[in-house]
Design a protein. Structure first.
Length: 131
């Protein structure tokens, strides 16, 4: 049996999606907190302990990786928040660009998808052309 989109916020299918999104949100928040705690405990520790230029470079890379992990997780948290808002508004599963329905296989793979496959392709193409 396939799911009918956009989802009725009170439907069991919406409840399932909400549970998936909230579980992922909790996991990401814990990861962000762990990364921030690890970095905040002493952000210069690795740099102080380094004894040569190679170790200093490693310290810079480690700090950069931590920053990138947090930025990625925060972006995903934002996408999850937007998906939850669309779910509550009864628009979950509807493409932001063309208002057509997003294929349920795409939503199963990326539960916070905002565009149908065709519009996502055009969006990514435009990003590549700009950058």
């Amino acid at each position: 049996m396939s799911t009918v989109y956009p989802l009725d916020p009170a439907s069991p299918a919406a409840g399932h999606v909400r549970t998936l999104l909230q579980a992922r949100e909790r996991k990401l928040r814990a990861e962000v907190e762990a990364t921030r705690t690890r970095g905040a405990s002493d952000p210069l520790r690795v740099a102080r302990e380094s004894t040569d230029r190679g170790e200093e470079a490693e310290a810079e890379v480690e700090n950069g990786i931590n920053d990138a992990e947090v930025a990625r997780d925060v972006a995903e948290l934002r996408a999850i928040g937007e998906a939850l808002a669309r779910l509550e508004a009864g628009h979950y599963g509807q493409c932001r660009d063309c208002d057509e329905l997003i294929d349920e296989r795409r939503l199963a793979a990326e539960v916070f998808a905002v565009r149908c496959t065709a519009c996502q392709g055009r969006f990514e193409q435009a990003l590549r052309q700009r950058g």
